[in-house]
Write a protein of this length. Sequence first.
Length: 237
Amino acid sequence: MKKIIFVLALCYSFIANSQNQTKNYYFDLGEEFLSKRDYVNALNNFDLAIKSKSFSKENQNLNYPLTNSKLYYFKGFTLFKTNKYSEALEYYNLSISSMNTKEYYWNQALQERAMLKCQLNHFDSAIEDLNTIINSYNDSKANYGLQIFLKLNKPAEISRAYCLRAFAKIKINQFEAAYEDVDLALSYNHENSEAYLYGGLCMLNTGEKDKGCLKLIIAESLGNQEVKPIFEKYCTN
């Protein structure tokens, strides 16, 4: 009887302790599982973090504190990784709508939501997200974390955004507008292989075969793995 009571007490203690864990505790576990590509356990712990009522006291003193919007972002990112696009879109929407300031994860959530919308063939909506991102890069209202991130990565990030917008425009046959974005992408990062790839596609679709094939050759020389089948289809005849 004493043993049963002892076991029950341990179970109660375990349940009570698990219920009292902070959002940070479960988030750290989820992030660890995510780094190991254990998406099932990552999602379970992000769910527990979202449901948990409190943040750790130390959280308030960090330069990059854990917020609910950051939790929603990580759950959306993990769902995206597992090809659960509709669910991922829901959590990216939650992440973006719950942010009071333009922060690092706001920027990441918008970029990844645009990529996700391209996967779902929602190209016009993806372009709207990318317009927001591009217009935000000089916004003084961005918080400290985003400003530091952009100070270190701004040219590459702007190039990436223009490049993704070019891709979306190609998908809806806006080739001239897409090529303008290609030029802008390359003005920020002249070694952006995807920009050369999309530039090549724009030229091929507007009848400039020789120039288009040259762009594809440059893209391949920069290590782009998507070029070969396109080059063989359009440039070897």
